[in-house]
Each structure stands twice: as structure tokens, then as C-alpha cells.
Design a protein around this ligand. Structure first.
Ligand code: ZN
Length: 154
């Protein structure tokens, strides 16, 4: 399996990645006018305010488009563009982890995949349940085991 492209968090996106690692899909919300935005930015595009807070949203949306990047061997990778339910102005790009190719307009939900201790990636798969309350939680695919001995007990 090819190594995933490693994102390089910057000043604006670092906290987003930290929250993703905890299984949370968060967006910034302007403290001035309440506009939610994604990806994170230093200031609000509507009121230019710099105050913002992070809010966890339901990680669900609608498939808007996708591209298939073919590889010389094996299956091609599908990158989808998702329009978030709770931030209609924003789209998110991520790998498609559903079955087969996505369909435009179909419902999708985030899948969190822990690559290693410091990197968790967000992909997308079809979501037939479609409501996606926060209580459902994201579909978590933990690929690393966090089970450790508490130590000392030989
Ligand atoms: Zn604002």
C-alpha cells in the first residue's frame, strides 16, 4: 500500500488536525458574525473579524464531484469533493472509501483513519442513514492499536 500523502499543518490548520486525531470534525466559527468556515483561516471573510472558536459539526455531507487518479498497478484512488451539511459554503476533499464509485448527490460521512500516533486522515464513505447526529459519532476505523500494558505487572 502506498504511503499516504502527509499533510503539513500550518498555523491555521494545526488545531484542525489535532481535533481530527481525537475523532472530531470541527470547523471555525466567527465570534463576530457566527459564520462557519472551512478550511480554517486567520479572519472571517464576511466581517473581517479575527475572533473565532472551533465547533464540532456532524461530519456528513453530499457528494458533489470526484476524480479517479489511476495508478500503474492496483486500484485507482478516488478523491471526492463533499459539500458539508453544516457549512454549505465549504467543500472538503478526501479519499473515497466507499464501495465502488460514488454518485453525485449521494450522502457521505467522514471516516477517520489513524495512520500512526501523529497522523489521522479523513476519508469519506456513503452514508445511507443520512441524518448523522453528533451522538452517532464518526465511523471510526482505527488502524493502530492503542492497547498498552499498564506496566509493572510483569
Ligand atoms: Zn464574521
Amino acid at each position: 500500500m502506498p504511503a499516504p500523502t502527509r499533510p503539513t499543518p500550518d498555523r491555521d490548520s494545526r488545531e484542525w488536525w489535532e481535533r481530527v486525531a481525537l475523532g472530531e470534525f470541527a470547523v471555525q466559527e466567527c465570534e463576530g458574525c457566527g459564520l462557519r468556515r472551512f478550511p480554517s483561516r486567520a479572519f472571517c471573510v464576511r466581517c473581517r473579524g479575527e475572533g473565532r472558536r472551533w465547533v464540532a459539526i456532524r461530519p456528513v455531507g453530499t457528494v458533489e464531484s470526484w476524480v479517479v487518479s489511476h495508478r500503474p498497478f492496483g486500484q485507482g484512488e478516488i478523491v471526492v469533493t463533499i459539500r458539508l451539511d453544516e457549512v454549505p459554503d465549504a467543500v472538503v476533499h478526501g479519499s473515497w472509501e466507499g464501495t465502488g464509485e460514488p454518485e453525485g448527490g449521494s450522502r457521505a460521512r467522514a471516516v477517520f483513519t489513524a495512520v500512526d500516533d501523529t497522523l489521522t486522515l479523513v476519508g469519506w464513505r456513503e452514508d445511507h442513514g443520512a441524518t448523522g447526529t453528533l451522538e452517532d459519532g464518526p465511523l471510526a476505523t482505527r488502524s493502530v492499536s492503542d492497547v498498552r500494558s499498564s506496566g509493572g505487572a510483569g
